[in-house]
Design a protein around this ligand. Structure first.
Ligand code: NAP
Length: 337
């Protein structure tokens, strides 16, 4: 019996915020496997801000754009349902670039096995997956916080930000998070143990940083860019490290990306500003997962996944990343485990 595979294909390059009309939602018969291939039933799709960049016709990115007519690229976790590859058995769970679709066919490259008995599957898309590696290595390898230093993280209540702040606390730093809304700020301080939080929607970020970081910012982990980056640059401590992880405030912009007017503070404070690309750290994933897994098991690191049901809601659910409606790692659940 043939299987119909529903998927979202990119229909046009979005201008500004993503619209449903930027995609075609189609159902196509799943083809037979060739030698070496595996068929995977996709259970959870990870919705990541980077996907917005993959929709653009950019020649200068770290990955080629998704082609028009191609299934939308996304990380996912699923179960092997048929296999012509001896490395993968039917019933095993895997994580990889499975796409926004019900079934993926893969040659096995880039697929990693995960164990649902060790952690709930959505956690392999958050702390035990790509955002976890980003937070761990972005903070510890690039930011290099020392005990007693002040770490500030923007996008603090999200998948990466919540982990960055908690890891910084575990390493003995003082942590200030910047997030949108009183609920998110309360969550950071009361549930995750941040020392303070700034609600950028109701406070002047520059003034709040001045009040909360009287000795300056030693590590600024930036997920937001734009004005937020500028405000932090104005408050750097001597020899500060600025980690450029993302710039979500700029991803839907139809004009030029807003760069930092205060960049000369890097000179004045003998500071560094460096980008983190998670893919560079995949060879060291075990190192991070071992330590993070230990912290989670010991109750020292909390993760929160915001799981939304149903493939068909993809365009609207994806937009939550930009409206700030997601509470933790945004995941689309397609099927039961
Ligand atoms: P997330 O933080 O879980 O979700 C995005 C959050 O960004 C929203 O909840 C919203 O929170 C905030 N936001 C959206 N638009 C904003 C704006 N205009 N100004 C300020 N805040 C805004 O997403 P994530 O997966 O953890 O990703 C966070 C950042 O890390 C993104 O920039 C992403 O591209 C980057 N990233 C980089 C790498 C890498 O290898 N470099 C890997 C993974 C992720 P509020 O309610 O607080 O506004």
């Amino acid at each position: 019996m043939s299987i119909t595979n529903h998927q979202f294909q990119l229909a046009s390059r979005p201008v500004g915020a993503v619209q449903r009309s930027d995609f075609h939602y189609v159902g196509e018969a799943l083809r037979a496997l060739a030698d070496g291939e595996v068929q995977i039933k996709v259970l959870h799709v990870s919705l990541d801000p980077a996907m917005r960049g993959w929709m653009n016709e950019s020649k200068e990115s770290y990955m080629p754009p998704v082609a028009i007519g191609e299934v939308m690229r996304a990380i996912g976790v699923g179960r092997v349902t048929a296999s012509a590859n001896p490395a993968f058995a039917v019933g095993q769970h895997v994580v990889g670039l499975l796409g926004v679709q019900e079934y993926a066919i893969s040659n096995g490259q880039g697929l990693n096995k995960v164990d649902p008995a060790l952690a709930p599957l959505p956690m392999y898309l958050s702390a035990l997956g790509m955002p976890g590696l980003t937070a761990y290595f972005g903070l510890l390898d690039v930011g290099q916080p020392k005990a007693g230093e002040t770490v500030v993280v923007s996008g603090a209540a999200g998948a990466v930000g919540t982990l960055v702040g908690q890891i910084a606390k575990l390493k003995g730093a003082r942590v200030v998070g910047i997030a949108g809304g009183t609920d998110k700020c309360r969550y950071l301080v009361e549930e995750l143990g941040f020392d303070a939080a700034i609600d950028y929607k109701s406070e002047d970020v520059g003034a709040a940083l001045q009040r909360l970081c009287p000795r300056g910012i030693d590590v600024f982990f930036d997920n937001v860019g734009g004005d937020m980056l500028d405000a932090a640059l104005a408050r750097l401590a001597l020899h500060a490290r600025v980690v450029i992880c993302g710039a979500i405030s700029q991803y839907n912009s139809t004009g030029p990306v807003k760069g930092p007017a205060n960049y000369l503070q890097l000179l004045v404070k003998r500071a560094t500003m460096k980008g983190i690309m998670v893919a560079d750290y995949y060879p060291r994933a075990t190192e991070a997962m071992t330590e993070m897994g230990g912290w989670i098991a010991a109750g020292k690191l909390k993760t929160r996944e915001d799981v939304v049901q149903g493939l068909e809601s993809f365009p609207e659910t994806f937009q939550r990343l930009f409206s700030g409606e997601n509470k933790g790692k945004l995941v689309l659940q397609l099927a039961a485990e």
